[in-house]
Write a protein that binds this ligand. Structure first.
Ligand code: WT7
Length: 643
């Protein structure tokens, strides 16, 4: 990783930025460190609407945090109602384009009306504060509408990414005991319909808690509707009132649960609450995206991931932005769809992933070069480390060597961006997230919690509580403590390895646990292994991530089979499909490698580290169809037993 090249913001950019210099950034950091409660308290008062003010800013009994204790607020009110008294009333809130080219521009006033109506629909189905709604939808305006309607009433929402399969959807609905599922017939992707309702039907076979399914008509394809349980979105809207006051909710009322992969086969339900989450989502829109009233801002993530929650819905709308949403694939009908959208809507801020950038690099410069992208003024990256070559390409070819790039490090758990350059204040280095935000005490430490020397690799931790931190894991407080706060007591363990250079810049190297990052999506090795052993032919499975040019990592599975005669080519294909069906197509393995044995420790633990070495350095040759003999490794492993 080259550390020589520095990209300071241009004087013109800095002059107009929300934070204009390194000195200003340092001053914010100093104030937040000296008196964090005063710092966040002042911001909360200035940046959010409160029905009742809090009695204390923070109650911290590690690892349990409560922010703005006793305060009453509402996320939906902050995203909508408060703008209606300003000139933003008729500003476009959501600028949406469907894959087939259909468009919708929804003003704040109109969005407020649509959200109130849908909230009344939810009420009419008997749903109330504290209930759980699972949302499984394509990238349509009704997706943020559903989130904001839930938030308005204090219904805890859990969005399940539309790429997840029935099994994954089912376990999430069951874990939450959800009362309602909000979905659509399907959505458009690469010119084809991705059907959602049949997946919901399959998932619901085993979900007795769900009494209502609300189905939006998007594609118009034939779907089965179970009478009494399933209702069309538009039919439920008939005659519904347009007024629906936002509930005055406790600052600590859970806003949403979002499932993410951990090191076991069971996904973790990350719980976020209201006041603190909204504050940091709003502040980072200003500090990192340097949001101005006239911006047209586009985050290309799906609302099914945390990036979409914080940077398509809650952050941008709370900050009063015009947020662009696009339904479909980046390469449909041609590889220039993104650049077309930027030219057409004069987009000023683009926030996307390294995986997307690398695939654009491969498609060639002719696609972006054919479009006028002079409207862009700021670029962002998220999801995984961005390699310097892709960074430079993004900077030159997309940003015209004019736009600062904010490489933003954060996690589902952190709720908002934690490490990233404030674009008017901090010079970027390609591949580094640079410096932590005000109020974030990030450090690199060893396993005892002691800081490691500059330049050395260590565990990335956060020492202090922050407003948008997750509060617990849904119905699993013990795992919350064990997973994140126990290795080094009272300190938040991110699960990432990183190092700091001489300028104090952070370089995130990747996960230290059995979590993979494929196209910026978190996948657990254990989750895929569990899916594989559910297949009747599979005896054992071990899954590792292999470095991949475009997606960062790809999924490689080592599989031992039960007794029998198998056509390995055919079974390999079948197992790849099986994983896609059990979890979702984005988890589809690149390779299935059959083996006689898996390398294990004497205590029987699979040594994924050895397998990772094999797939990275390719010491053991072999393709999908060769049966590998890993017994050599196994006996080696037995000699050097590790825990
Ligand atoms: C993990 C969190 C939060 C956005 C989407 C992913 C990796 C994320 C970066 C970055 C290096 C990054 C980390 C992190 N990651 N952004 N800018 N540079 N690594 O959310 O699924 O919760 O995954 O993604 O490994 O721990 P997530």
């Amino acid at each position: 990783m080259s550390e020589e090249r520095l990209y300071p913001p241009s004087p013109e950019f800095a002059a107009h930025a929300q934070v204009k210099s390194l000195a200003e950034y340092r001053d914010l950091c100093e104030r937040s460190a000296r008196n964090p409660t005063e710092f966040w308290g002042e911001l909360a008062e200035r940046e959010l609407h409160w029905f009742h003010k809090w009695s204390s800013v923070l109650d911290w009994q590690a690892p349990d945090a409560r922010w703005f204790v006793g305060g009453k607020t509402n996320a939906s009110y902050n995203c909508l109602d408060r703008h209606l008294e300003t000139a933003r009333k008729n500003k476009v809130a959501i600028l949406w384009e469907g894959e087939p080219g259909d468009q919708r521009m929804i003003s704040y006033q109109e969005l407020h009306r649509l959200v109130c109506r849908f909230a009344n629909v939810l009420k009419s189905r008997g749903l109330k504060t504290g209930d759980r709604a699972v949302i499984y939808m394509p990238m349509l305006p009704e997706l943020p509408i559903a989130l904001l309607a839930c938030a308005r009433l204090g219904i805890i929402h859990s969005v399940v990414f539309g790429g997840f399969a029935a099994e994954a959807l089912k376990t999430r609905i069951q874990d939450l005991d959800a009362q309602v599922v909000i979905t659509a017939d399907g959505g458009w992707r690469r010119g084809k319909e991705v059907k959602l309702k049949p997946v919901v039907d399959e998932a619901l076979i085993d979900c007795p808690s769900v009494q209502n399914v609300i189905v939006l008509n998007r594609t118009g394809s034939e779907v089965a509707m179970e009478s009494g349980r399933d209702h069309w979105w538009h039919e439920l809207h008939e005659g519904v009132d347009e007024k629906c006051p936002a509930e005055m909710l406790d600052s600590e009322h859970p806003l949403f649960v979002l499932y993410t992969s951990g090191t076991t086969g069971k996904p973790k339900g990350i719980v976020h609450t209201t006041g603190g989450y909204m504050l940091q989502a709003t502040m980072t829109m200003k500090w990192i995206f340097d949001l101005r009233e006239e911006d047209t801002y586009w985050c290309t993530a799906d609302v099914g991931w945390v990036t979409g929650h914080s940077y398509i819905v809650y952050g941008p709308l709370s900050a009063g932005a015009t947020a662009v949403m696009y339904e479909g694939a980046p390469d449909f009908p041609q590889p220039d769809r993104f650049w077309r959208l930027i030219e057409k809507y004069r987009i000023t801020i683009l926030y996307t992933s390294p995986t997307a950038i690398r695939s654009f690099v491969r498609q060639g410069d002719q696609w972006p070069n054919g479009h006028d992208m002079s409207s862009l003024r700021l670029l962002g990256s998220v999801g995984e480390p961005i390699n310097p070559a892709a960074w430079e390409w993004y900077y030159k070819v997309i940003g015209g060597s004019r736009c600062p790039i904010v490489d933003t490090w954060w996690q589902t758990e952190t709720g908002a961006i934690m490490i990233a350059p404030m674009p008017g204040a901090i010079a970027a280095k390609p591949g580094s997230g640079t410096l932590p935000l005000p109020g974030v005490q990030a450090e690199i430490v060893d396993l005892k919690g002691n800081p490691v020397e500059t330049g050395r690799e260590g565990f990335l931790i956060i020492r202090n509580p922050w407003p948008s931190m997750f509060r617990t894991l849904w119905r699993d407080p013990q795992r919350y403590v064990e997973n994140y706060w126990s290795r080094i007591p009272g300190v938040y363990m991110t699960g990432d390895a990183a190092r700091q250079d001489n300028d104090g810049y952070f370089w995130v190297l990747g996960r230290v646990d059995d979590v993979m990052n494929v196209s910026g999506h978190r996948l657990s090795t254990m989750e895929i292994e569990s899916a594989l052993v559910r297949h009747p032919a599979v005896a054992e499975a071990a899954v590792v991530g292999k470095p991949h040019e475009i997606t960062g990592q790809s999924v490689v599975c080592f599989v031992t089979l039960k007794k029998g005669n198998y056509d390995q080519q055919q079974l390999g294909d079948e197992l790849r499909k099986w994983v896609a069906k059990e979890i979702g197509s984005f988890a589809r393995p690149e390779q299935i490698r059959f083996t006689d044995a898996l390398p294990k420790t004497r205590s029987g633990k699979i040594m994924r580290r050895l397998l990772r070495e094999i797939v990275t350095s390719n010491h053991v040759a072999g393709d999908v169809t060769t049966l590998e003999d890993l017994s050599v490794l196994t006996s080696l492993a037995a000699q050097h037993d590790e825990d």
